[in-house]
Design a protein around this ligand. Structure first.
Ligand SMILES: N[C@@H](CCC(=O)N[C@@H](CS)C(=O)NCC(=O)O)C(=O)O
Length: 224
């Protein structure tokens, strides 16, 4: 339950395409917070009215943005931090201070990095590209992510990066999706972690709702 007097509203983009929206949406669910979601169709899938709605709701004109009363919290990681403060028992950050700092490090690494992965393996929650040839430019990102997941799982003992499903898993859940979408060959450890993330009820719900969406942005539907 939310500790806020005012109800929380999370503005998100198309579930099929908006990986930044997925992260705080999962975190609010994982923390057990009540919220209303407002989906604003992005880019060519939106009307001029949708664009105006987005600009009115979000100071950056981007999703995700969390609103309550007159307040706005924008940017995925800031919303996740806010959710953790609203629901301290929600388990978004590890209890141990060092683990918490490490979890924040890998979330920051995701938030500010992996541009080649994001560019070449664009997020698409509805499609798969069997046999996709991963461009060389994206390979170091995938290697780094596999190594950091393996290290986290080894240290925590799993099942998730820092034990229970938390902020770090929310930040990397769209990467799990990308590895699946692009049929990337991964280690057994990575595959096991991906399976556990994809089995999370909130992740399943996101994908089911993404698949039920009818809005299509053709340029985001193919690779190359
Ligand atoms: N750094 C931001 C990125 C937000 C972002 O780029 N959102 C995209 C959708 S995934 C968006 O709203 N694009 C709309 C636009 O650029 O007009 C975050 O972490 O929340």
């Amino acid at each position: 339950m939310s500790a806020m007097a005012e109800p929380l509203t999370l503005y998100i983009g198309n579930k099929a395409y908006s990986s930044w929206s997925m992260r705080p949406w999962l975190a609010l669910k994982a923390a057990g917070l009540d919220f209303t979601e407002v989906l604003v169709p992005l880019y060519e899938s939106g009307t001029p009215d949708d664009l105006a709605r987005l600009k009115a709701a979000s100071p950056t004109g981007k999703v995700p943005c969390l609103r309550f009363g007159d307040n706005a919290i924008w940017d995925s990681l800031a919303i996740i931090e806010f959710a953790a403060e609203l629901a301290p028992a929600g388990g978004l950050w590890p209890e141990n201070m060092i683990d918490r700092a490490r979890a924040r490090s890998i979330c920051a690494e995701m938030h500010s990095g992996f541009a080649p992965l994001r560019q070449h393996l664009g997020y698409n929650a509805r499609k798969t590209f069997p046999g996709f040839a991963v461009p060389d430019a994206a390979k170091p990102d995938i290697a780094r992510i596999e190594a950091l997941w393996a290290e986290c799982l080894d240290r925590s003992g799993g099942p998730f990066l820092f034990g229970g499903f938390g902020a770090a898993d929310c930040m990397y859940a769209p990467v799990v999706g990308r590895l699946l979408t692009y049929d990337v060959a991964v280690s057994a450890t990575t595959h096991g972690y991906m399976t556990r993330v994809l089995d999370q009820p909130a992740v399943q719900l996101w994908y089911a709702q993404a698949k039920a969406e009818t809005m299509v942005i053709p340029r985001l539907e193919h690779v190359g």
